[in-house]
Design a protein around this ligand. Structure first.
Ligand SMILES: [Zn+2]
Length: 168
């Protein structure tokens, strides 16, 4: 089974990275918190999600209740990803499959989506009709493999290289 995660509010960048790798990540910051963050996070682990947190109080609660948890030490997103890798053996291949904003699975844009693409001021018009786009039906965010995507791949290649050197 593919691992799924629940993360605390302090791990926003890590959340984005994990979603870029295709992982299902629910964040405490996705919720309007009327409940205590601790309880919310612990409830979400009951869905079979692994808890990622930098919060020591949440860690000790989770450990007492026997919840699956990976405690994060670093405050740098890429190092945090490395910690998740050590803990849960995640794969580090970026793929356009999940909305980094709302965690919904995204779908390839079709011809009838072109008008909606043109309305997004961050989508370069010249690219529409020439490359593949993906659309989030939940929040409307549009994705494509632009130059930012080269940077994402590069960061993951660097991390993979670092990890393989470690194994040697
Ligand atoms: Zn979305």
């Amino acid at each position: 089974m593919v691992v799924r995660f629940v993360v605390d509010r302090m791990l926003g960048k890590l959340t984005t990275w994990l979603r870029l790798l295709g992982y299902d990540v629910v964040s405490a910051s996705d919720f309007d918190l009327s409940a205590e963050e601790d309880d919310l996070l612990l409830n979400l682990t009951k869905e079979g999600r692994i808890l990622l947190t930098r919060d020591r109080a949440i860690r000790s609660k989770a450990e007492k209740q026997g919840m699956p948890i990976c405690f994060i030490h670093s405050d740098m997103a890429i190092e945090q990803l490395e910690e998740v890798y050590s803990c849960c053996n995640i794969q580090l291949e970026p793929k356009i499959s999940r909305c980094t904003i709302c965690n919904t699975s995204i779908r390839k844009a079709r011809a009838e989506d072109e008008d909606a693409l043109r309305k997004k001021d961050y989508v370069p018009d010249r690219l529409i009709g020439t490359i593949d786009f993906w659309v989030c039906d939940n929040c409307g965010q549009v994705y494509w493999e632009g130059s930012h995507w080269d940077n994402i791949r590069k960061r993951m290649d660097e991390l993979k290289k670092k990890l393989s050197l470690k194994i040697l």
